[in-house]
Design a protein around this ligand. Structure first.
Ligand code: DAH
Length: 339
């Protein structure tokens, strides 16, 4: 029995060394010290021992039991510590590690300048109007005094959905929609996308943006138009900006003008940017044609109005010194990040 106990002790030591986890430990404990374990089985033979042997074997058995129990406890703390450090390693968070900088977007140059333009006009008491980009021929042409056979349609050739529906070629269509819905006094700007069947080059795109302006009230004159545009341009380009009105023709205004601003590079002396002119063409404008007002049910013996339309791309390009319009649409971050 003594040998049995000693070999059990040795066996326990080896088994415990190989125990890889807490479950292994428990299995070993049950197998050796449990009710149906090896020790119990050995001790069952105690009955056959002599009175002298019995206490000696009993003491040995107790020693073996506490030896094994201690070993199990010791191994348990080793395994627990290992498990803990394993877990810590897996959950490591290096607070000193540099973070990933999120890419923060910014507004597109077109949006930046449009916001600026809107702010200037809102500051003058204008509100913002909107109209559809897919528009009836009536609003885009007919109501603006441009009937089907009018030559002005040539320069504004656009994309036809059918005979009566087009992709609008100008934001002037919004003038009509506003006048149909609102009674004077009217003071709106209408920014938006417009379309023309133009080939793409440095200064043309089949899709671009315009900002329309419309004011209708009692006693509105060309002087109001000049004052409004001058305030706008000086706010945008600085107090030195000088406006120049040139007579022009638009079917929906009478009289009509094209408006130039003194070159912001040379101040009017003439340079490469203004092609020696000293001025840069900026927009079309005029007094709203009485036929246009009347078609919208506005009494021209009481009311008059002015309108203007400017190209957003042109302002942005001049503003930010961009020499090719295509840059504005290509979404190349190397370009966009410069602004
Ligand atoms: N719609 C014109 C164009 O695209 C620009 C324009 C001219 C708008 C005169 C106006 C205006 O409101 O009065 O060429």
């Amino acid at each position: 029995m003594k040998n049995q106990l000693l070999s059990m002790k040795e066996k326990a030591e080896n088994a415990l060394k190989n125990a890889k986890n807490l479950q292994d430990l428990e299995d070993i404990r049950v197998g050796l010290l449990g009710k149906k374990g090896e020790l119990t089985a050995i001790l069952r033979g105690m009955g056959g021992l002599s009175a002298e042997e019995r206490p000696i074997i009993g003491q040995l058995a107790n020693e073996v039991r506490s030896f094994i129990e201690e070993k199990i406890e010791a191994q348990k703390s080793v395994l627990l510590a290992a498990e803990r450090s394993e877990k810590l390693k897996a959950e490591t968070l290096d607070v000193t590690m540099g973070g990933r900088t999120p890419i923060i977007g910014k507004t597109h140059p077109l949006t930046t300048v449009l916001d600026e333009v809107k702010n200037i006009f809102v500051g003058m008491g204008f509100s913002i109007a909107e109209g559809p980009e897919v528009e009836y021929d009536y609003y885009n042409f007919e109501a603006l005094n441009i009937p089907k056979d009018h030559p002005a349609r040539d320069t504004q050739d656009t994309f036809y959905i059918n005979d009566n529906v087009v992709l609008r070629s100008q934001t002037s269509s919004v003038q009509i929609r506003v006048m149909e819905e609102q009674k004077p006094p009217i003071r709106v700007i209408a920014p938006g996308r417009v379309y023309r069947s133009d080939a793409v080059d440095a200064t043309h795109s089949p899709v671009f943006h315009q900002i329309e302006g419309l004011v209708v009230d009692k006693g509105i004159t060309m002087g109001d138009l000049k004052g409004t545009l001058e305030t706008f341009m000086k706010t945008l380009y600085g107090n030195d900006a000088v406006l120049r009105f040139r007579p022009h023709h638009f079917p929906f205004t009478e009289p009509s003008a094209e408006v130039d601003v003194s070159c912001f590079v040379c101040g009017g002396k003439g340079c490469r940017v203004c092609k020696g002119e000293g001025f840069i063409e900026l927009l079309g404008a005029g007094m709203v044609h009485p036929k246009v007002l009347e078609r919208c049910g506005i009494d021209t013996s009481v009311y008059s109005g002015f309108a203007f339309g400017l190209g957003l791309e042109r302002i942005v390009m001049r503003r930010m010194n961009i020499d090719d319009m295509r840059h504005l649409y290509e979404n190349d971050l190397r370009f966009l990040n410069q602004f």
